[in-house]
Design a binder for this molecule. Structure first.
Ligand SMILES: [Fe+2]
Length: 347
């Protein structure tokens, strides 16, 4: 049977991102139809600055390996979490490419803290930094970092909680003053995971940073990355839990949580996460959201984990990070083998 092309259109009311739906809602062929439209889909995501929401893939809930099959259209390597630093409670027990994010055991991953202020004047959860926290791009503490993240909702809280926010860092960069753009192009951010003792809280508390093996060290990335498919520049930053406030967060600028580097980072975060650059995804079970880490920030909003179960599956795809990473070995894989990853189980 010939495959059917899905319909792709802009996300309602947003300047970036697209929505993909299947015309006849044919659940039996939806996954094959999706894969058969790979070229169209990749182009649509690139043209839409990195975000696609897909409706109609409920079949994945019964077959998580299908999420891996779909992920393969986005790059040569879907991360196998057995081979990296990830703690066992975070990956699917049968499909090693599927990361599990859930408040249910054994994962028992807590939701983000309820932000302060808890809601905006119109009763909604805030989106803009610093009222909304944890804005990041996945695994930026690695070189090369991953290209694409696919996030699938198996069990989702009510739509006004547990949302996923995306910020368009291409548009955010384009909207900056040209002088600031030029300054940023010459700077590197220093990225580190939260558990190595380099967050602002660690520095303020005087906690010594953890001693790290070579493959656990913070990694530098340009503050402005040029997308390898579109050539367009985008801000590449994360907030405090994924930057290094001991030697950074910005190489060459005053270090520490209150230094010039931190002030510049906070200014950029507040700018990039203002409403005009943000899409709020309100989840329904069976939704698939695809986000390009090379040109987006994302964050999860609070949800009432005592009342609502949440089960998300995630894959990360790598292999096209751009010219400046060409030929690099994976920074996070030790030549000593997996035993050298002790102490990094929360990665
Ligand atoms: Fe993430």
């Amino acid at each position: 049977m010939a495959s059917k092309r899905p319909t792709i259109r802009p996300l309602n009311g947003r300047s970036f991102g697209v929505l993909l739906e299947f015309d006849d809602g044919a659940p039996d062929t939806a996954i094959d139809d999706f894969i058969a439209s790979a070229d169209l889909i990749r182009r649509a995501i690139a043209d839409a600055a990195g975000v696609m929401v897909v409706k109609g893939l409920e079949a994945i809930s019964q077959a998580p390996d299908e999420l891996v099959r779909i992920s393969r259209i986005f790059g040569p390597e879907v991360e196998n979490y057995h081979e990296t630093l990830t703690g066992a409670r975070f990956f699917h027990d049968e499909i090693p490419e599927v990361l599990v994010l859930s408040n249910l055991p054994p994962c028992s991953f807590p939701p983000p803290l309820r932000p302060e202020p808890p809601v905006t004047a119109d009763g909604r959860l805030p989106v803009q930094f610093p009222h909304q926290r944890n804005w990041h791009t996945d695994q930026s503490y690695r070189r090369p970092p991953p290209d694409i993240t696919l996030l699938y909702g198996v069990t989702t809280p009510p739509a006004d909680q547990g949302q996923t926010l995306f910020a368009d860092c291409t548009a955010a960069f384009a909207a900056l003053d040209p002088q600031l753009q030029n300054r940023l192009k010459g700077l590197n951010g220093i990225h580190a995971p939260s558990w190595v003792g380099r967050t602002p809280d660690d520095v303020r508390a005087g906690n010594p940073p953890k001693p790290l093996l070579p493959h656990q060290l913070p990694q530098r990335h340009p503050l402005v990355r040029y997308h390898p498919d579109t050539g367009r520049p985008a801000l590449y930053i994360c907030e405090e839990k994924q930057m290094d406030f001991v030697d950074g967060p910005i190489e060459g600028l005053e270090t520490g949580p209150d230094g010039e580097g931190a002030r510049l980072l906070r200014l950029l975060l507040e700018h990039a996460t203002s409403r005009q650059f943000v899409y709020v995804h309100e989840w329904s079970p069976g939704d698939l959201v695809i986000g390009d880490n090379r040109c987006l920030l994302h964050a999860a909003t609070w949800y009432d984990a005592d009342t609502h179960p949440r089960l998300m599956w995630r894959t990360t795809v790598m292999g096209n990070p751009g010219e400046q990473y060409r030929g690099e070995a994976k920074s996070w894989i030790s030549t000593e083998g997996l035993a050298a990853n002790l102490g990094m189980e929360d990665a």
